[in-house]
Design a protein around this ligand. Structure first.
Ligand code: BGC
Length: 680
């Protein structure tokens, strides 16, 4: 019984169960079985590093990777794996053997406050990138937890929202992202989510947990609840839950002693408890957490700073550049304005909050209680720019005084406006920048034509000033080393190579829903959200509707130019292989992201376009490389619930080589035979 109940890790006044053995500032604790030599499970959040819960100070100060969204924007799976290995090693060295990462919910709502934790809007990209992070984490002989299973795609009413979705659509979108992440990363555990799916809570959803995850996908690990997402002992146990977590108050538990009673009353079969325990124990043994017990120890922060900086430098997306970047040593006067760029870079809030070394750069911002405060990491873009460009005169304005900001911009060769949007777990957000920052950008752009905007946002925002500025760099939440990473990309020391993992809308009316559902529903009432867009999430939706977004999925500029050519597609051993050549046709070394989109000539998918494969390659000026990628057959198929299988319809398919979902180049046609891919 001990192994199936987990407790809240932090020692709050409201905790009923206090375990002094829990690690400080941690998410959770499951006592061990000393009699059997079985260790406790020490659980920490999350995807960008070892997080700090809201316990009394001191916070744990740990290296913060950039946001999950930024990592997805690198389109570089080995880099994500390296980041995972780094944060996993810090988890180990902090005494944790379970890391509650990574999140792979698709971006259906650009306003979802947790988009920054996730891998974007495409199942292949998100699943591959998050799976890679997980693989890196687990290389430290600890368990990673893929979450939040499933369709937990908004924070508004997250405990009450019932997601209504057609099964086939779910299989080809959100569930496919989980499937890819699981296949790629082999996580030891899965966290079921707070919401309901088609009428049943995700943590007691027989279809999701028993049928899809455990039976069809053959998942051998264990399912834990999101913190407090357990509801009903019998339904939880019967429908596939293996571990309840976050128990903190009397009554808010379902397993501790209630499960024994349910077994005694024959409401739950005893073998189910055996299965829970076997899954948990097997996983900890298989991942190495039993033979190689965690031990708090030293952390090489200097080495880890390099890992997070390298990740940040590859995930910034140059959205627009009309000759303003890179800044050169010849740019003698630069005005830096706004976004607290004098002291730090923004991070996302909630349970995934990491306090990076040095703590909070701007105290006193945001909500006093959960999910606040707003945390800026101590890594100053302004200071880093000054050291990157020692010959330039770089002025600073906070942006609070529009006239002063405009005056500084007027005197400079280039004005750089930093704008920020804090997003966090438990809240959803408007896509408009807060605090008058649109007015700030407009005022600066009026004063200086060479205005560059650096965005620090969780996901997409609207840009009413876009036509007035010369350049835009999306820096997301860039992590502990965001300052130097931004400075090096602006100066050209690093050639940007990030590409959008999400579509940026031109206007809210382009979206399936203009905002997350349920904002107007009374606090305790359940409500439905109908995902009528089905599997047409993100760019698939825009393609289906023939809409042109502000910036398309896959978009990202470089300081060099690439050409793509010689596209050829053939079926080999039953798999669709695609070959093409990428050449660096410019004067600087750089990394290109080639994207392959697929579609059936006869139609019949949720959208005329799906990402089939991608490949990132680094090329010296003038160099070229031939690349071959394999298209996962499920991306060429529709899911057919009656067969419990994906099926490729026989016929002609278009294969397109592209640099974004809308910037498409060569297309070839290939004929595919019928193929059924059972999901088992
Ligand atoms: C979040 C999870 C997190 C857990 C533990 C919940 O509020 O939804 O992502 O792992 O708390 O902190």
């Amino acid at each position: 019984m001990t192994l199936v109940t987990g407790y809240f890790g932090v020692q709050q006044t409201w905790n009923h169960y206090r375990f002094k053995e829990a690690r400080p500032q941690s998410a959770g604790y499951v006592p061990g079985l000393p009699r059997l030599g079985f260790p406790a499970q020490w659980q920490t959040d999350a995807g960008i590093g070892v997080a700090t819960q809201r316990e009394a100070p001191p916070a744990l100060e740990r290296t913060a990777l950039p946001s999950g969204m930024l990592t997805a924007a690198t389109w570089n799976p080995p880099l994500a794996e390296r980041g995972g290995a780094m944060i996993g090693s810090e988890a180990r060295a902090s005494g944790f053997n379970v890391m509650l990462a990574g999140g792979v919910n698709l971006m259906r709502e650009p306003g979802n406050g947790r988009n920054f934790e996730y891998g974007g809007e495409d199942p292949l990209l998100a699943g591959t990138m998050v799976g890679s992070l997980v693989r890196g984490i687990q290389s430290n002989h600890i368990v990673a937890t893929v979450k939040h299973f499933a369709l937990n795609d908004q924070e508004t009413g997250r405990n009450r929202v019932n997601v209504v979705i057609d099964e086939a659509a779910a299989r080809m979108s959100d569930l496919l992202a989980f499937q890819f992440a699981i296949e790629h990363g082999d996580p030891g555990s899965i966290m079921c989510s707070y919401n309901l799916v088609n009428g049943a809570y995700a943590c007691q959803n027989d279809w999701l947990l028993n049928q899809v995850l455990k039976s069809e996908w053959g998942f051998k690990g264990y399912v834990m609840t999101d913190w407090g997402a357990q509801h009903d002992t019998v339904l939880n146990a019967k429908h596939g839950l293996d571990q309840e977590t976050g128990v903190s108050e009397l009554g808010k538990y379902v397993f501790i002693d209630k499960l024994a009673l349910a077994i005694e009353h024959k409401q739950v079969d005893r073998t189910r408890l055996d299965d829970m325990v076997r899954r948990i124990a097997r996983t900890l043994i298989a991942k190495g957490a039993v033979d190689d017990p965690v031990q708090p120890g030293p952390i090489d922060f200097a080495a880890h700073a390099q890992v997070t900086q390298a990740a940040a430098e590859e995930g910034f997306v140059l959205l627009k550049n009309q000759g303003v970047l890179p800044l050169t040593a010849k740019t003698s006067r630069i005005a830096v304005i706004g976004g607290h760029a004098d002291v730090g870079v923004l991070s996302g809030g909630g349970s995934a909050q990491v306090y990076s070394p040095g703590g909070i750069a701007v105290p006193g911002l945001g909500p006093k209680d959960w999910p606040g405060p707003i945390v800026y990491s101590r890594s100053s873009p302004l200071a880093a720019l000054r050291s990157e460009l020692p010959k330039s005169t770089i002025s600073w304005q906070s942006g609070s005084d529009l006239a002063a900001a405009a005056a500084a911009a007027r005197e400079a060769d280039v004005a750089i406006v930093f704008v920020t949007q804090w997003t966090t777990e438990s809240l959803d957000f408007s896509l408009n920048l807060p605090d008058g920052q649109d007015e700030l950008v407009a005022a600066v752009a009026r004063a200086n034509q060479r205005t560059l905007v650096v965005l620090e946002t969780g996901g997409p925002v609207l840009m009413p000033w876009l036509d007035q500025v010369a350049g835009v760099l999306e820096a997301w939440y860039p992590g502990s080393q965001g300052g130097p990473a931004i400075a090096r990309v602006l100066s050209g020391a690093v050639n940007p190579s990030g590409h959008l993992p999400v579509t940026f809308p031109r206007a809210l009316k382009q979206l399936p829903r203009t905002k997350p559902a349920g904002g107007d529903v009374a606090n305790d009432a359940q409500f439905d959200v109908h995902y009528d867009e089905g599997a047409a999430v993100g760019y698939r939706w825009y393609a289906k509707k023939g809409q042109s977004p502000l910036f398309p999925f896959g978009h990202g500029l470089s300081y060099t130019t690439f050409t793509q050519s010689k596209l050829a597609a053939r079926v080999e051993g039953g798999e669709l292989k695609v070959r093409f050549t990428v050449r660096n046709s410019g004067k600087l070394a750089g990394k290109s992201v080639a994207q392959i989109y697929v579609s059936p000539a006869a139609g019949g998918w949720e959208s005329p376009q799906r990402l089939g494969a991608f490949s990132k390659v680094e090329l010296a000026p003038g160099a070229s490389q031939e690349l071959t990628v394999t298209i996962d057959p499920r991306l060429l198929a529709n899911y057919e619930p009656k067969r419990r299988a994906f099926r490729i319809a026989p016929g002609a398919y278009r294969v397109t080589l592209a640099t974004s979902a809308r910037d498409v180049g060569q297309t070839v046609s290939v004929s595919l035979a019928e193929r059924v891919i059972p999901s088992k």
